[in-house]
Write a new protein. Structure first.
Length: 400
């Protein structure tokens, strides 16, 4: 039976004078609950206001890349068009997004129309960012609300660049499934984690090496990884069967930017080298496997993203958004009160912005490479330390 009748619950309560007939502890618990509800509303308002501020800042030239998703969405829902339906990726190889992303884009564009789609998509992507931070806030013990608020204040500036300025739905979906997959993996739910990362790769192929988040226990390990791979590949099959030219989508290349880390390593090709994407996937998989073997799966997203960017021909600002979120995963998984690594990654975003504004590619390239190599070196040092620890001392929260 409830301690309080409905009328009593809704009546004003005070802590200095308990209501007659009710235990003081019960009265205080209700007051604390109401105070907690007030705190949630206040801090949620703070996070929303902070998000709106940065959305306003990022709206300058906003949704820069959203036209790709309008094009892909419209073509997908019009199979009668010569370039539509299952011919989408074969006729538009510049759409370097996964099929899952195109399905979501088609849903948004088809529901509200091309004109309103950018506004709706921008709002949804901002909301997904807040949800991702909440997923990561659940990784560590302690007051979740405070951890979520502090983390959101750090992540939102970088996330707004991805969600509002560029409007890259593919990366947003990949990072969201990555956050969910990491939370599931840390809770030893490796099978759902495999599905989540498979969906991340179906949204954006660069997420494929993160399948090692589903490493888990030795039993059925190969089956879990296979499941994740199948989930990532399955959405492509209708397009490949419908138009075999879809297989050549990986041949699409972008310019090798003057300030890219790739040029620092002596690769001066004007366009993306043929081997680059394969090297990114391979390097990311190697680092992810190493982290999984050592039981430090929280480092996998950061290692995969950093290893991709360290040899990437592009230098778009929104690349750093994923880096910040992945750094936050490391901070919160380690139980840190302050998201120090995420702050460092956020700081790099502004350094990169200033270097671009000053038009200093010969400076930006080496600085970019040094920062990313530094992150990967930190990863190797931390994970190597854990690898030398006896299995009996490995935290039960992680993966053995």
């Amino acid at each position: 039976m409830s301690l309080f009748a409905p009328s009593s619950v809704n009546a004003p309560l005070t802590t200095d004078r308990p209501l007659a007939g009710y235990p003081r502890r019960a009265v205080l618990s209700v007051v604390d609950a109401r105070s907690s509800d007030d705190d949630r509303r206040v801090w949620a308002t703070v996070v929303v206001a902070w998000g709106l501020v940065w959305a306003f800042v990022s709206r300058i030239g906003g949704m820069y890349s959203w036209h790709y998703f309008i094009t892909g969405g419209q073509l997908l829902i019009h199979p009668e068009w010569s370039q539509g339906g299952l011919h989408l990726f074969a006729t538009h190889p510049e759409l370097q997004m996964g099929p899952l992303t195109m399905v979501v884009a088609a849903g948004v564009v088809g529901t509200v129309g091309p004109g309103l789609s950018s506004w709706i998509a921008g709002a949804l992507m901002l909301a997904l960012g807040a949800l991702d931070v909440w997923f990561l806030a659940l990784l560590a013990p302690g007051p979740r609300l405070r951890r979520w608020v502090v983390s959101a204040l750090v992540v939102i500036p970088a996330w707004s660049v991805l969600a509002v300025h560029y409007g890259h739905l593919d990366d947003v979906l990949a990072l969201s499934f990555m956050s969910a997959g990491l939370l599931l993996a840390r809770r030893r739910q490796s099978w759902p984690a495999a599905v989540a990362i498979g969906l991340a790769a179906a949204a954006k192929p660069w997420a494929l090496p993160m399948l090692f988040l589903a490493w888990g226990e030795r039993e059925h390990r190969v089956k879990r990884l296979t499941l994740g791979f199948v989930v990532s590949v399955l959405p492509w099959l209708p397009f490949i069967i419908g138009d075999p030219r879809t297989m050549h989508i990986s041949s699409f290349v972008i310019k090798n930017a003057a300030d890219s880390a790739l040029r620092v390593w002596g690769v001066t090709d004007p366009m993306t080298p043929w081997w680059c994407r394969f090297a990114q996937l391979g390097l990311g998989a190697l680092f992810a496997w190493y982290a999984a073997r050592a039981g430090r799966i929280e480092w996998i997203p950061l290692a995969v993203i950093a290893s991709r960017l360290v040899i990437d021909p592009g230098t778009y600002l929104y690349y750093t958004s994923g880096l910040v979120l992945a750094a936050l995963a490391v901070d919160l998984s380690g139980g840190r009160r302050r998201p120090r690594l995420a702050l460092v990654a956020s700081g790099w975003l502004f350094v990169d912005l200033v270097l671009k504004w000053l038009h200093l590619p010969l400076v930006a390239g080496p600085v970019r490479a040094a920062f990313l190599v530094g992150l990967l070196a930190l990863f190797v040092v931390v994970v190597s330390r854990r690898a030398t620890v006896s299995p009996r001392r490995v935290s039960p929260v992680g993966v053995r």
